[in-house]
Structure formats: structure tokens, C-alpha cells
Design a protein around this ligand. Sequence first.
Ligand SMILES: Nc1ncnc2c1ncn2[C@@H]1O[C@H](COP(=O)(O)OP(=O)(O)OP(=O)(O)O)[C@@H](O)[C@H]1O
Length: 360
Amino acid sequence: MSGLRVHARLDHRGVELDVELDAGQVLAVLGPNGAGKSTLLALIAGLVRPDHGRVELDGRALTDTTTGEFLPAHARGVAMLSQQALLFPHLSVAENVAFAPRSRGENRSAAREIATRWLRDVDAEPLAGRRPSQLSGGQAQRVAIARALAADPRLLLLDEPMAALDVGSAPAVRRLLRRILREEQRTAVLVTHDVLDALALADHVIVLESGRIVERGTVREVLTTPRSDFAARMAGVNLVPGTITEPGLLRTPWGTTLSGIGDAEAGTEAVALFRPGAVAVHLEPPEHASPRNVIPVTVAELDVHGNTVRIRGADHPDGSTGPAADVTAAAVADLDLAPGQHVYFVVKTQEMELHPALAP
Ligand SMILES: Nc1ncnc2c1ncn2[C@@H]1O[C@H](COP(=O)(O)OP(=O)(O)OP(=O)(O)O)[C@@H](O)[C@H]1O
């Protein structure tokens, strides 16, 4: 059976997890602090032994408590990428990337060649002669990605790989990871606190709470119709599918055009993403709407959460989950809103992000 299977219990951490991932797929792991996300990675990487269980990759047991199997971390075919690049400070960039091929017995020039190929692949070839101390955070993370890939792993473990980067370099690293994960059909487990990472990189999501999986599904299911409290707080974003007609414009299958921020090219399948809190609700289309999006919506439901009311729109014409808006209870009273009513959701262009779509 190709892919990853984890069934493991670790009593003193209160963790019990069952995870399956097919080869070529990316699983995002979400959850609050202490939920067990890092423990899952450590179980797979061979950094901790479960009290009971089995970890299997492409049909091979990495850990099995019934047979006593426990492969050391370096023999698992698993590469880990963390928040910090963790490069060897005394080695050059090229030597860092050549380290894994050297360790598996390649001679110096072959390892060097492999390093050059991976550095080129992550657009970091000109950095080959530098020391890690001479790299920016984004550059160091690119090199760390090249180093992970040079180990020829069957599985990539990504532990919040964008979390320590500044807002300027995170999108480029995210795009790079997206290309590597998607185009090369890699199998990966990605721990993240960021909905955008899950959206851009993953096929499936699990949500952990207190050492257990409380929710699992495709990224779109979990992000648009979250069932656990945690997923609802962190996700609950509006996702509208469509096609980019020119950079910054998305056309939905039912003919609505949305303008937003993003550099996806014309013809790209994409999703528009906006937060319910970014929506202003109007009874009439505002006259001077530009540069804003005006989305006609039929109110399906009103959910009161304290002083905030979530207005859920009816499903989109293609059957996908309708958009939601969060407004104050006072605004709902002023607008005299009720299910069945026709309203307009108004969203500023800057609040609408356009991202390449997930795999179907
Ligand atoms: N090295 C350790 N030794 C003992 N217990 C640990 C260790 N690391 C984590 N734990 C415990 O295991 C549980 C799961 O923690 P874990 O670090 O896996 O969560 P997490 O979801 O990765 O959290 P965060 O988002 O804060 O990194 C918690 O109860 C934590 O206190």
C-alpha cells in the first residue's frame, strides 16, 4: 500500500491518532497549541516511540510496537522542514545541500552536482558559496527546502515552514512549496496555523484537539463548513470558485466577476477568499461601489454569536457553500434582516484574495 499510515498512542502526552494519506497527497494538520501536531510529526520522523502502534510508509513499517521495529530517523526516507532553516552554520550553502547525498555515499562531485540541481530548482543557485549567516530568512528557507529534497525523501514533513518568515518573503516560499508539492506530486504532512497555507498547499485537512482528531475532510469542506470550534474560529472563510480572466479578476461559473489581490494568470482555476468580517451588508447595491465587489445574496440563515451575527447566504448557483458575513447585532436590527431576503455583500478589493485553486 503506497502512502502513509499512522496509528499510534502515546499515553503520557494524551495522544491517540489514526492518519492515512495516499501517496502524492498533502495533508494539512491544524489545531490549537498542545493539540498534538508536533507529536504526530515526531512519531512519523522517528523522534518518539509510541506506547502502542504502527507507522508505515509505502508499505514498509517504520515503527511497529508489536514487532519491535523502530527505524532510526535517518533511515526512514522522511525529510523534515521546520520554522527555522537549521542549516549547518560552518558549511556553505552548497555543502549544506550536498550533505545528505554525501551521507548516503555519493562521491564529492556527484553530491555537488545533486546540490546544484536542487539549488537551481529553488532559485538559490547564486547563493551556493555563501554561509548560512549571510542569508535572509526567505533565502535560508529556500536552501533548507533544497537540502530536504536532496535527501530524496518519500515523505516531507513541514512544520510551520512559513511561520518565521516576514510577510514579504512568506508568499514566495509558499509558491515554491506549492510548485514542489503539486508538480512533483509529493507526499507531505504540513503543520500550520495559517488557513492560507492549508488552502494553497494541501488536499486534505485534519484538525487535532487534545491529542485526538476532531475533524477531517478535504481542505474545502473543512474550511468552508467547519464542524469543530477550532476550525470554525480559524477557518469559516468564504471561498468562491472561478477562473482568472486577468490578474486580479475572477469570474465564477455563474457569471459574477470578483476583483481582488493576487498574481495568478489568466486561465488559472482559482478561488476568491474573504473573511466574513470583511463583508458589509447592504439592502441596495451601493452606487459608488468601485473598487469593491458587490455580491447579490439571498439570506439563508442568521446565527447569533454574542454580539456578532453571522449571515449565511444561500448556496451558490453551482451548489457550493454560500458566502457568510459577520455583522453586529445592531446592524442586523437596523437592516431588519430575515431569511429569504435579498441583500448585497460588499467586499473591498483589498480584502479579497485570489489564489490558485486546489486540486479538485
Ligand atoms: N517532549 C515532550 N515531552 C512530554 N510531553 C510533551 C512533549 N512535547 C509535547 N508534549 C505534550 O504533548 C501534548 C501535545 O503537544 P504537541 O507539542 O504535539 O502539540 P502541538 O499541537 O504541536 O502544539 P503547538 O502548536 O504549541 O506546537 C501536549 O500535552 C504537550 O504538553
